[in-house]
Design a protein around this ligand. Structure first.
Ligand SMILES: [Zn+2]
Length: 86
């Protein structure tokens, strides 16, 4: 399996963040008092692989945001080749 690498397609930096999906503990204190809470132990178990190629990714340096796959270096290389062959 090829190694996945990510960088910002705008500025080329690798200081990135991605939206992740997590399970949170449901807290019900009454019909109108329903909330949820994430405990530190939950995070350690849940962070692995909780996002996919279509989830939002954002560059911390320039603010560029798009689907995660557009940040993949392999995708950017493929797009560059496609543009130069047209
Ligand atoms: Zn950037």
């Amino acid at each position: 399996m090829p190694e996945r690498k990510y960088r910002c397609p705008e500025c080329g930096r690798t200081n990135l963040k991605v939206e992740v999906k997590l399970f949170a503990r449901l807290i019900q204190k009454g019909p109108r008092r329903i909330s949820c809470n994430i405990e530190p132990g939950d995070l350690e178990q849940q962070f692995y692989d909780r996002w996919g190629k279509y989830d939002p990714m954002e560059c911390n340096d320039c603010g560029h945001a798009n689907s995660a796959y557009t940040f993949e270096t392999a995708y950017q290389e493929q797009e560059r080749k496609r543009r130069t062959n047209v």
